[in-house]
Structures are given as C-alpha cells and as structure tokens.
Design a protein around this ligand. Structure first.
Ligand SMILES: Cc1cc2nc3c(=O)[nH]c(=O)nc-3n(C[C@H](O)[C@H](O)[C@H](O)COP(=O)(O)OP(=O)(O)OC[C@H]3O[C@@H](n4cnc5c(N)ncnc54)[C@H](O)[C@@H]3O)c2cc1C
Length: 453
C-alpha cells in the first residue's frame, strides 16, 4: 500500500509508515487522531482553520456570554505531544482517488488511508435571498458576527428618532426551532430582560421583539413532546414570539416574508434551520446522498472506495435502522472517530477491518435560558433546574482543554450569580446585510491585510 502512495507537493517528512490523511479537526477528526497517537502511522491533519471549535456553545459567544477563545483551541496546541502527527493549515479542494491524492490550497498530499471529517455547513435550502441577508450559526465567525450585529442594531436604535426604524432595529428573527435556535432565542430574551434597560436606557424593552420561527408544529422536534412543550412554555414566559408551522420564504435585509404571506419588519435574521454535509469534490456522484453527505458502509468506508473513509456529520451510514443516516451530533462524530481509529490499526496489522459501527445514544439536551433546560437520557427525562445542571455538567466536561474548561466554568459561576455579560463588545464591525456571506466573513482588517500581502 505504501508504495502506491506518492509523496506530496506539501513538504512532509518521509517516515516509511502508512500515511493517514485526516481532513478536519472537528469532533470526529480529533477523536480519531487521539486514538492514533504515537501508533505506527504517519498522521497528516489538514484543516482550513487553525483551531478546533466547540459548536454547542457558539450561541453563548453570540450573545456575549463567553469570549471566543474559551470555546476554540489551537490545533497545534492540541497535538503538541504527538510525535506521529503533522498539521497543515489548508483548505481541501478535491480528492483524486485514482492517484490517491488530496488537492488543497497549499498543494497536493498523497495518502494510504484518507479520512474525510469535514463536518457540515448551513443549509438555506436554495433560499438565496435569505442566505445573502442573514447569518448562520455554524462557526465562531458566525457567532462573532451575531454578537456585533445585535449590538450594532441596538446602538443604531438608540440614536434614531424614527419609531419604525427603531422597531425594525430591535426586532430579531431566529429561524429554526432546534437546539441552536431555542438556545439562542432564550439567551437573547434574557439579555433583553436583564440587561437591555441598564445598557440602553434609550430603548424601551417592549420595543425589542424576538421571533423564533419553526416550520413544523413543535420546537426541538428530535426530542419528546414533553420536552417540546416545556421549551415552548419557558420561551413564552421569556416573551419570545414563537411561530410554529411557519416557514420563512424571503428576507431582503429589512422585511421577512413568511409562508402565510405575513411580513415581519426586522433588521436581523439568524438562520439555524438546517445543515448539509460538507463533502469535498472529486468523489463520484454515486457516493453522495441527499444532504450532500457521503454514503458509507458499516466501517465508515465511502462506498466504492477501500481506503477512503468519512466520519461525523459528513458521513451517511444508511441502513434499515438509520434510513437517513445517523443524526448530525457530536456523539456520533466522536464514536465514529474512535472506532475508525481502531479499525485502521487493525487493518494495518491484520489486513482486515474488525468492528462495524453501532451508535450508543447518550441522550439529548437543550438549555432554555439560564437555569432551565430539557434533558432526555435513555428512558429518563428531566425539565427545569436539574436538567440545566446536567446540561452544564456535560457541556463543561466536554469542552476541549483544561484552560477552556476553567474559563467557561468561572464565567458560568459568575453569571449564575448575576446576569452580567462581560463581552458586550463590537470588536469587529459586522458588514450590513446585502453582502454575500463569504465576503462578510472577511473583516475590513482581513481584507486590507490580504490585499497588502
Ligand atoms: C450551533 C450548534 C450547536 C450544536 N449543539 C450540539 C449539541 O448540543 N450536542 C451535539 O451532540 N451536537 C451539537 N451540534 C452538532 C455538532 O457540533 C456536530 O455534530 C459536530 O461538530 C460534528 O463533528 P464533525 O467532526 O463531523 O464536524 P465539525 O466539528 O464541524 O468539524 C469539521 C472540521 O472540518 C474542517 N473543514 C471543513 N471543510 C474543510 C475543507 N474543505 N478543508 C479543510 N478543512 C475543512 C472545519 O474547519 C472543521 O474543523 C451543534 C452544532 C451547532 C452548529
């Protein structure tokens, strides 16, 4: 196998060991790598970002509750002590299975085994106007954009004398009633209740409206009816306007058009209503299924390829039990990463893969504002304060890195005692709607920097 592996245009040491190229340092990628630590393989990790991010807490960065660096970890720090790992910051463009090469923004890399762990991206289901005028909640830049956008709108609302404009600037629309939408809506509602009057005496709390729009008939559709009902009740108490059975059709940056032709005037829309696999190019069409995910067998092998694997959100393991593949959740990604590492080592030693994947569902949770959550683990369900305590404990222990865990823990303790949020800062000004998403992700500083270098 090794002889077939051409080296690379990216400078990499030749070790004589089988080379495992891993694309993506998300939950799937890093858990695979942890199991391959100092094993007889050369790991080449490629990620377009130089950090790993803890997506479940993005919403807390978005509402100024946490600093961004408490939920992201530099990849190089994460793997400092790994002697068999090489990291290259590179965006993968396509794969060429015939020559066993991965083409990236910095050149090509040859592989013996290729693991695709590229995760997912926001799915706007073809609603181009919505995509151009809104922001998703998928990575740390989105979270920072939301933070700036909320604060900029409030600043603008504070200075305008035009009441209609004030209303539009203080109306916030969140689309998608899954955990991300529910958590963001709850947090924003608490910001309104406890901080708005202190920071913005010019803005009357009644002006600020938070709409949570969901296309189906309940919130948290992946959880039980009881959990959905509890989430709805808590959000209503927090004065969030929850619109169920309602689809968003258009958004021009000022007016949201709903499926029933009703219109909402709002200068901010966050889209959390869907994700799709982030499958890299180059693989045959037959390997890609609905939702742009890669079809894999029980060993996470991409169909039709003996040495290309997909794990995590980008993988669709379709079977009778999972006709749509597994849910796009961190636990699926973690478990697939760990098992694939074992299977790869077994294949290198014995020439065969050993165990097929079985998902162990550890439950679902969502927090709704401070001190309230829903949690379902096995047949047990909890709502309210105890569920929130469970949610906090599980998330705290799941964050990558001791420093980050400590920072988040201290921050949460302080916020438990007060509603203060320390990070109400517009560090990077958000570009007003109407600009393409890709464009918006590069700040003015980034653009000046890029154009000067
Ligand atoms: C807001 C939010 C809240 C969530 N909350 C929960 C929760 O509470 N519980 C839960 O279980 N799950 C939650 N999830 C889902 C969970 O985060 C994902 O299922 C998980 O991150 C998937 O892991 P992954 O490794 O497949 O992908 P990711 O973690 O997304 O990692 C993908 C990696 O690939 C890199 N990459 C992508 N494309 C390329 C490329 N072309 N070239 C190079 N690198 C590339 C990315 O930079 C990234 O580092 C949440 C997700 C979001 C967005």
């Amino acid at each position: 196998m090794l002889n077939q592996c051409p080296h690379s245009t990216v400078c990499l040491p030749a070790t004589g060991l089988p080379r495992v190229v891993v694309i993506g340092a998300g939950f799937a990628g890093i858990n695979l790598i942890k199991k391959l630590r100092n094993q007889p393989v050369q790991i080449v990790l490629l990620d377009k970002n130089n950090f790993h991010q803890f997506q479940p807490l993005l919403y807390q960065v978005a509402i100024a509750g946490l600093e961004p660096d408490s939920i992201v970890t530099p990849i190089r720090k994460l793997f400092q002590s790994y002697e068999n790992l090489i990291y290259r910051m590179a965006e993968v463009e396509r794969i060429e299975p015939q020559t066993q090469r991965v083409f990236t923004s910095i050149g090509w890399v040859g592989y013996d085994y290729l693991v695709i762990a590229t995760g997912s991206s926001t799915n706007y289901y073809g609603l181009q106007q919505v995509e151009q005028n809104s922001v998703g909640l998928k990575d740390i830049r989105d979270a920072l954009d939301i933070r700036s956008w909320v604060l900029q709108n409030l600043e603008a609302a504070a200075i305008t004398c035009d009441q209609q404009e004030k209303d539009a600037l203080t109306n916030f629309v969140i689309v998608g009633g899954g955990p991300a939408g529910v958590e963001l809506a709850g947090a924003l509602a608490e910001f309104k209740r406890y901080l708005l009057h202190k920071d913005y005496p010019e803005i009357t709390a009644d002006w600020m409206k938070i709409y949570l729009v969901e296309a189906v008939d309940r919130l948290l559709p992946m959880m039980s009816g009881g959990a959905s009902a509890h989430a709805l009740e808590v959000l209503k108490k927090l004065k969030v306007d929850v619109l169920l059975n309602t689809a968003v059709k258009q958004y021009d940056g000022s007016v949201v058009t709903l499926g029933n032709a009703e219109k909402l005037s709002a200068k901010m829309l966050v889209w959390t209503a869907g994700v799709q696999g982030e499958a890299p190019g180059g693989l045959p069409e037959g390997a890609i299924v609905k939702g742009n995910r890669l079809k894999v067998d029980g060993f996470n092998r991409v169909v039709g390829h003996g040495n290309i694997f997909a794990i995590g959100d980008v993988a669709a393991m379709i079977s009778e039990d999972t006709p749509k593949g597994h849910p796009m959740l961190a636990q699926v990604a973690i478990q697939q990463g760990r098992l694939l590492a074992e299977n790869l080592l077994h294949h290198i030693r014995h020439g065969a893969f050993e165990k097929t994947f079985r998902y162990h569902d550890k439950g679902s949770m969502a927090t709704i504002g401070k001190r309230n959550a829903v949690a379902e683990i096995g047949k047990s369900t909890w709502e309210g304060w105890f569920a929130w305590l469970l949610w906090s404990t599980v998330h705290l222990f799941s964050i990558t890195g001791f420093r980050n865990r400590l920072m988040v823990g201290i921050n949460w303790m302080m916020r438990y005692l007060s509603y203060e949020k320390a990070n109400r800062l517009i560090i990077r000004k958000f570009k007003p709607p109407g600009t393409l998403m890709k464009d918006r992700h590069a700040s003015e500083f980034d653009k000046t920097f890029i154009s000067n270098h």
